[in-house]
Ligand binder design. Sequence first.
Ligand code: GUN
Ligand code: ZN
Length: 430
Amino acid sequence: MQTLSLRAKLMSFSLAADGTVDVMYLEDGVLICTDGRIDALMPAANYTADGGDLDACEDLRPCFICPGFVDTHLHMPQLGIIASYSPQLLDWLDRFAFPAEQAFADSAFAAEQAQHFLDRVIASGTTCAQVFTTVHEHACEHLFAAAQSLDMAMIAGKVMMDRHAPAPLTQEPQACARACEGLINKWHDKGRLRYALTPRFAITSSEEQLALCGELLQSHPSVMLQTHLSENHEEIGEVARLFPQADDYLDVYERFGLNVSSATFAHGIHLSASERLRIVAAGAKVAFCPSSNLFLGSGLFDLAAMPMDNLSIASDVGGGTGLSMLDTCAEGYKVGQARGHQMHPTEAFYAITAGNAKSLGLADEIGQLQQGYSADLVVLNPTKPQGLAERYAICEDLTDALFAFMMLSDDRSIERCYIAGKLAYSASAQ
Ligand code: GUN
Ligand code: ZN
């Protein structure tokens, strides 16, 4: 039996029946985890009163422990092209994303990159992610294998493309579908791993490929779906040209059965009211990717227009400029401000923990400090970096501290990460 006993400030976020965020906060708490799961949490005073030995707990104060962050949309092969100078999406894809993805044809390179990617993700405080790999099966396999060795909750898929991309990144639709099926059979629902069918976006898949994707989804109903939707005006125009029979962008996916509750549509900045309603009716989710939307000049997402239940927040690295989910919230806050909608810090912390977990169908497994939940934890240090330390020193209450974390923290604030109760990252070991 493996036991972890930690003393720190403990915080966790959930949604109340009236749609507001409930905060569980123990200023001086003890968290006990056994065999990868949370066993108990309580105020330190109660622990002593119940006969517990505080000296046997590792004392992490003044750090906070909160559920590990969840990133619902990012691209493994794009870590190295963050901050590549380009006017907008389609040019950026051609000049940077596609060439970077072609390098993953080399399996040894892909294996090394998959491990590096996971190391970086975890060092940013993220303990669960939904990831686009590349068109190459081995790249997806390497990521799953690396996540499996950490017992990490990971959703990933091989990118499906059969047109409007460099030839080495495209694959004949039947062969691609067979490859996806092979990956599903090998990895889906194995431990904490799940497969997401990953048609890149409507531009790069023919009708035949989208139809095969819909068939795979029907024959494997527990598999997820991830794609891009309505991110950029030029993209939307191109989709309308390629699918003249479709009523709108979402209709392209609907025609092939892809607007489903397990779907994550990245971006959705320029959706019509009708498209939003149809996403809500299907129970699908839109991933708001603020740093990417700002960096690529895609537009300002309307946070008020989408119900929280159909919304997640994501880094979208490498369109996004960093892996940190706290920094992603800072960018989201600024987008909200520009549109007259203020993202409250407790909403932001809820979003990157329990909210994103729920959007991936993992609400009963991760995202909260609660008995029985997986011990996927992030330890946040309020004394690093210097700017956060100075602001934290004058914080008036927890909400103020959360806002300071959200606006001023960076990777230096991530002290540790635990995955399934095991130490997966420690700043002091670097
Ligand atoms: N749309 C299609 N592919 C991509 C991608 O790799 N990044 C972003 N941001 N949008 C896309
Ligand atoms: Zn993306």
